[in-house]
Design a protein around this ligand. Sequence first.
Ligand code: HEC
Ligand code: HEC
Length: 290
Amino acid sequence: MKNALKWTGIVIGGLLTLLLVALGAMYFIGSSNVERTYEVQTASLTLPTDSASIAHGKHLTEIYGCADCHGADFSGQVMADAPPFRVVSSNLTSGAGGVGAHYTPEDYDRAIRHGVKADGRSVLIMPSAAYHKLGDADIGAIIAYLQQVPPVDKELPATEVRPLGRLLSAGPFDPGFEVNMEPARVDVPAIGANAEYGAYLSSLCAYCHGDNLMGMEQPPGPPGMPPSPALAAAGQWTLEEFMTAVRTGMRPSGIELRKEFMPRFPAMNDVELAALHAHLGTLRMTSSDT
Ligand code: HEC
Ligand code: HEC
């Protein structure tokens, strides 16, 4: 009896030691994933100064949802403060605590199109992978617009990956998910209600709907994110139906798209939606789309 207890103790002790060693190793691997730095070759950008380009930059920030996270005045906010992470969207203005006063165009570009912050580490949560295919003129317009938004003084705490988040970063959570080291796109096709411009805009949709908008089993997003459908079928809707669905989330069937998973794009204008619709119309339907 005594012997059995002793052996049970040894086995449990051994298992606990193994567990601690495994946790230690995970913490170590996760931490090095979090601390990893990336060196990106950014494009050399010439920022526009004319009011039409700056207005276009403002419009792009609306389509691409920047204010959803950075706030209507771009002063940033604490987006999540949970046991694994504290995620803070940066103050993008030139006020106290903002990056605007000292960021160069390259610093913005590195963060927005490549997912890498000025200190070389990856951005968390910000969907830079969806912005990688923006062309130089468009990213230039966005930066030029941001540089002239009114300064807001707001000091925010830093984004922080806590011990639990570091453990998760060894496996299920990939802190480098948004990083793309490839050179970003150079040209921007001429704006027009055609499939070519639609293909350009669709990089935003491809973030969740996958390459060629074929749908994804596991799109990036909050827990419980459902698979995203292929978009060829929506290319067969009327333009009117498609515009309503993308702007408001109401499908022609009357079944609303769930807003926690499929964003609305109320800022997209008629030309942009017609372009996207034209592009979707060129996609091949597969048997599962009907
Ligand atoms: C889903 C939320 C979200 C969206 C949408 C988003 N951002 Fe961010 N952004 C963040 C977060 C969070 C950070 C800070 C990331 C970190 O600290 O790891 C950040 C960081 C940045 C930075 C880097 C600042 C720094 O501190 O180094 C810039 C620049 C930036 N965002 C610009 C933009 C622009 C421009 C857009 C739209 C094209 C945009 N963001 C869209 C959440 C978002
Ligand atoms: C953050 C991820 C995400 C992004 C970005 C996104 N979608 Fe979606 N989309 C989804 C998900 C998830 C669904 C399924 C939602 C549901 O079933 O309620 C969906 C559904 C749809 C549908 C319904 C298709 C059908 O056949 O019923 C359309 C149309 C659509 N998206 C268009 C777009 C367009 C156009 C863009 C880019 C401008 C876009 N989506 C960007 C996640 C996304």
